[in-house]
Ligand binder design. Structure first.
Ligand SMILES: [Mn+2]
Length: 297
């Protein structure tokens, strides 16, 4: 089961204006084949299906715990897309076509279906698909797949990074490049213990080190590339049997951190009358919420 913390894994800067086409590109990192929905659901279902949880506990702990971190990654990418889409519009005349701009952006569904919000789709509007989940029942095959998945995800992150200079998109991508680097290295180390093959010698793919990307280097300077966070009150204690030794990024000693990163606040979106979010005329909703608080006093 899961507990939830109402914070993002990092502090995101709010952009000054909306950037819908950057939001459409960033959707690849949420609901594309190699987006965070895929890393989340691959590791989640591999952890559900894991046979021999007790005997192979370090490997089970690793996959189950990384799955939990990925829940925070779908949250963070979605927050980034929302930051790029959200616009405050307190009063509008529907006759004046206040959503007229949205007919010319790359993803009209963000407004027609989502009311100006994230949707679980890739950058061309294709829905996220359960066929992106690989759970073979074979531990070595699943770990090999996960290593490949992280490297492909890294490739897509770098391509989206090259598409947009928007600071909120780049902040999120910089952080997730570092976290994805930890996950690729962790699956590589797991494969090394099982097979003796030095898988992590293949890294980085593509051959651009994270320290070349300023927004990723910032998190490396804070040591995030060394940390595997244990996302549980008491469980998944055997991560350190695999997450040990040198980081393939810079040779420094890696470590398990007991608990989640401090993170930053969830983003607050203002009323958008044109998108009827949370309503066209919001006054009644606000009045009802206020009555709930008054009753509780
Ligand atoms: Mn991730």
């Amino acid at each position: 089961m899961f507990l939830r913390i109402d914070r993002l894994q990092i502090e995101l800067p709010m952009p000054k204006e909306q950037d819908p086409n950057a939001a459409a590109a960033v959707q690849a990192l949420l609901g594309g084949r190699f987006g965070e929905m895929s890393t989340l659901m691959n590791y989640m279902y591999q952890s559900f299906n894991f046979r021999g949880k007790k005997a192979l506990k370090p490997y089970y702990d690793l996959i189950a715990n990384i799955a939990t971190e990925e829940l925070g990654h779908i949250e963070l990418v979605s927050a980034t897309i929302n930051a790029l889409l959200w616009q405050e519009r307190k009063e509008v005349d529907p006759v004046s076509a206040p959503l007229g701009f949205a007919k010319d952006v790359r993803n009209t569904a963000h407004w027609i279906a989502g009311g100006g919000n994230t949707l679980v789709m890739g950058s061309m509007g294709e829905p996220w698909n359960g066929e992106y989940v690989f759970t073979s029942g074979n531990l070595i095959l699943d770990l090999l797949h996960n290593f490949f998945l992280e490297v492909a995800a890294r490739t897509h992150k770098l391509r989206v990074y090259e598409m947009t200079q928007n600071p909120v998109a780049r902040e999120m991508i910089g952080y997730l490049l570092v976290r994805g680097g930890v996950h690729a290295a962790a699956y590589g180390k797991a494969l090394e213990t099982l097979t003796g093959v030095e898988v992590n010698k293949m890294l980085p793919i593509p051959n651009i080190p994270n320290e070349k990307i300023p927004e990723a280097k910032k998190y490396m300077d804070l040591g995030y590339h060394r940390n595997l966070y244990r996302f549980s009150l008491e469980d998944y204690q055997d991560l350190g049997l695999i997450w040990r030794g040198a980081s393939p990024e810079d040779g420094t000693e890696v470590q398990v951190v007991d608990g989640p990163p401090t993170g930053g606040p969830v983003l607050e979106g203002e009323h958008d009358a044109a998108a009827f979010a949370p309503d066209f005329a919001v006054e009644e909703l606000l009045e009802i919420a206020k009555k709930l608080y008054d009753k509780a006093k």
